[in-house]
Design a protein around this ligand. Structure first.
Ligand SMILES: O=c1ccn([C@@H]2O[C@H](COP(=O)(O)OP(=O)(O)O[C@H]3O[C@H](CO)[C@@H](O)[C@H](O)[C@H]3O)[C@@H](O)[C@H]2O)c(=O)[nH]1
Ligand SMILES: [Mn+2]
Length: 733
């Protein structure tokens, strides 16, 4: 810096969204529409004794909820900002003083998280464009699987070839499998030769890993003394700590093919005992924090899920542009990159990419103090993760480098094992004041919130080349189960000690509080949506109107709010890079999540409050068999198993279908089209839209014959429920 000390040139810049005014005026107009709807409901409540009084009051309740929730969603749209980094300035100023970075990769089950995928992620992060002696990669294996260990060992050998190759040819992406899959045009002869030989080496390694995997055990355990650690292993939930430093980066002998230093590589399977609850990923992360502190102690910790390989070798430098910025860096606790997925199909059938959250909402959160921590693709300051409070004006110096030398690897391994033992955390603040928080299925969000509540800010960085790419669910059931975990966890945060609604109030910006509530209230949304997807249709069946007549002026605010919001959401979706069919799929998923995942999450949370249900974490599968993959690529909804969630969405779809059929019968007998249009237009429209959006579901219920269609048991249950609801309703009310 020297003479330029006074003229501070930042390492990143922040830009406001351009079309703010337009958006704000639009939002104001929708708000007026919502208020008019409320007024209409309030002054037209049927008198007691009149038809539909209670239904009407229910509609009013649902619309108050929708309006309130709409208001919350404005917070993540109101103040969007975008960030840009200047990595060149970073290297000019700090190349020699770059901090050590510890990278944590978590895996938990070799069956749904294949070892070959895990090591591709590991290799991609070992190959970051960053001084290797400052990089350490830790793999936490909650399955304690020797298959995963064997694969990691293979990766440690392969890295000696892979890392120099990446450097020499500036390879992107640096996950071998992703690189070989991407169409790489190699023109010059030398490169072609190197390409062929590295590819061969990779395939040989892949083959060894796959063969071992098929075998279910490692055949040649003599190859590495590390396998001896499995001698006392009795099961995945009952074993000692297994800790091995596979590459000791501080050893001058640890060099790759080209003679460059290698990053440190560590395998850790923390101790598991049936009588000790292990706190899922949060427990794994906390063990890693402790163990890594004694090995490399990097002041920056980055963590990824095992399927989220690095797609951009520059990401560490991008993150450091924020954390090392002289002007604002000291306020920042973490830098969150978006979650992006490799296997998204064109029209994103399951709305996996969460496009609008990524391209809009998180930019909005950033405008009010920073995004949520979403568990992967995030760079933290170690000290903050370990509970350091924010004190205005003080800076954490991450440049200071203490080269730690590991004298005796085995002695160190033995000494550090106890840090990952079940009892280590007893009577400590781990999981509470220190490290990731326990007791919540979304350990990430609650941890980020508590960090922000201490005064820290965070940053959302969404570069044009995705920083990480993961595997998104390929069946409807997977996606619904995942959303159940998330919405349940988020609701628990709202009810927890760290609730954004009270604990964080005043500690973080009110806009950010509202932003958090967007997600924390996902699950309670189910009530209003269920009401809206059942009651108006049943009343349609009886011919009782619950909306204003088309000729009434009160019809206008309804029409305006419905049309304007849908056009707006479609535009937002398209501008975020989606397709129109993608938007339509997104609407369907919106409905399915709200009427199944969120409902089940809501019920489970209530049960948990009453003490009837305990904490679960269903690990998302990262593999799917051929049949399923094929349908996924063709964007055909995958059912195939019977699940109460499917019964729920099918019953609703059928109920709406029966109601519409019912009204068509009445139209044929005594009702005139004109009176239907005048009095029941909106109700018919609502019911019609439910049916349109459910067309692929009817197909799966009654017509499809493939393995992904709806199981007969679900079909019959759903028909039964839907018909009973219609009949009971017509007879009893
Ligand atoms: O007991 C466990 C359970 C899971 N994991 C790991 O946690 C990660 C996330 O699990 P996954 O099944 O892929 O869940 P997702 O819903 O895809 O994950 C999102 O949501 C989680 C919280 O619900 C966060 O922890 C993740 O970082 C975030 O990507 C994976 O690497 C797992 O190996 C563990 O290490 N131990
Ligand atoms: Mn995942």
């Amino acid at each position: 810096m020297g003479s330029t000390k006074n003229e501070y040139i930042p390492l990143f810049e922040t830009k406001e969204m351009k079309s703010r005014i337009v958006h704000r005026l639009f939002a104001a107009s929708v708000f007026v529409g919502i208020v008019l709807i409320w007024i209409y409901r309030a002054i037209h409540i049927p008198k007691s004794g009149e038809d539909g009084r209670w239904a009407w009051i229910g509609m009013f309740g649902a619309e108050i909820w929708f309006g309130f929730y709409w208001f919350l969603t404005q917070s993540v749209r109101w103040n969007q900002i975008h960030r840009q980094t200047f990595p060149d300035r970073l290297s000019q100023r700090y190349e020699k003083e770059l901090p050590k970075v510890d990278i944590f990769v978590c895996t938990a089950d070799p069956a749904v998280e294949p070892p070959i995928m895990v090591i591709n992620t590991v290799l991609s992060v070992m190959a970051y464009d960053y001084p290797p002696e400052k990089l350490s990669v830790y793999l936490s294996d909650d399955a304690g699987s020797e298959l995963t260990f064997h694969a990691l060992l293979e990766a440690s050998y392969f890295s000696k070839h892979w890392l120099p190759y990446c450097k020499k040819y500036k390879v992107e992406p640096r996950s071998p499998v992703a690189y070989f899959e991407s169409e790489t045009k190699v023109s010059d002869a030398n490169h072609a030769e190197d390409f062929a030989s590295i590819k061969k080496l990779y395939e040989e390694m892949e083959n060894r890993v796959e063969v071992t995997n098929k075998l279910g055990q490692v055949s040649n355990k003599a190859e590495h003394k590390g396998f001896a650690m499995w001698d006392s292993f009795s099961s995945r939930g009952n074993h000692d700590t297994i800790l091995q430093i596979l590459v000791n980066g501080s050893d001058p002998q640890a060099r790759d093919d080209a003679g460059c230093r290698l990053p440190t590589l560590v395998y850790l399977a923390r101790e598991k005992r049936p009588q000790h609850f292990h706190n899922f990923k949060a427990g794994a992360m906390n063990a890693l924090i402790r163990v890594s502190a004694e090995i490399s102690n990097g002041p920056i910790i980055m963590n990824v899920d095992c399927d989220m390989y690095s797609n951009n070798s520059q990401s560490i430098r991008d993150a450091l542009c924020f954390l090392m910025d002289e002007g604002k860096g000291h306020e920042l606790a973490y830098v969150q990159f978006p979650q992006t997925f490799k296997n998204i199909t064109k029209n994103d059938l399951y709305s996996n990419s969460m496009r609008v959250i990524r391209e809009v909402e998180f930019h909005g959160l950033d405008g009010y103090g920073g995004p949520l921590y979403v568990g992967t693709g995030c760079f933290h300051r170690r000290e903050v993760l370990c509970g350091r409070k924010f004190i205005k004006g003080t800076k954490i110096d991450i440049k200071r480098q203490d080269e730690c030398r590991i004298a005796d690897v085995h002695e160190l391994e033995d000494r550090l094992k106890s840090l990952a033992n079940c009892t280590y955390e007893e009577n400590t603040e781990w999981g509470h004041e220190i490290g990731l928080k326990y007791g919540c299925p979304v350990e990430d969000v609650i941890t980020g919130l508590s960090i922000q509540s201490q005064g820290w800010k965070s940053v959302y960085y969404n570069p044009s080349r995705a920083a990480f790419l993961g595997v998104a669910g390929t069946t409807l059931n997977q996606v619904l189960v995942q959303h159940k975990r998330w919405s349940e966890g988020d609701l628990q945060i709202l009810l927890s000690k760290y609730s954004p609604a009270w604990y964080a109030l005043g500690k973080i910006h009110i806009g950010l509080t509202m932003g958090y509530c967007n997600y924390c209230l996902w699950s309670p949304n189910c009530i209003a949506i269920l009401y809206y997807s059942i009651i108006p249709s049943l009343y349609l069946l009886k011919g009782i109107p619950l909306f204003p007549q088309t000729s009434s002026a009160w019809f206008l605010p309804f029409a305006y709010v419905i049309i304007a919001e849908h056009i707006y959401s479609a535009a937002e979706f398209l501008l975020s890079g989606g397709t129109i069919l993608g938007w339509w799929n997104d609407q369907r998923m919106w409905l399915y999540k709200r009427t199944s995942s969120y409902l089940f999450a809501f019920v489970d949370t209530v049960l948990k409050l009453l003490g009837y249900s305990d904490l679960k974490f269903v690990i998302s599968s990262k593999v799917s068999d051929e049949d399923v993959s094929k349908r996924y690529d063709e964007e055909v909804l995958e059912f195939g198993t019977s699940s109460p969630m499917f019964t729920m969405i099918s019953s609703l779809a059928l109920l709406n279908l029966f109601c519409l059929i019912g009204i068509l019968f009445r139209l044929a007998s005594n009702l005139s089209l004109r009176s239907l249009y005048a009095t029941l237009a909106l109700q018919t429209l609502l019911c019609g839209i439910f049916i349109l959006i459910n067309l692929p579901l009817y197909n799966a219920l009654f017509f499809r014959k493939d393995k992904g269609s709806m199981p007969g048991s679900v079909t019959s249950k759903s028909v039964f429920w839907a018909i009973s609801a219609c009949i009971l309703f017509t007879i009893m009310w």
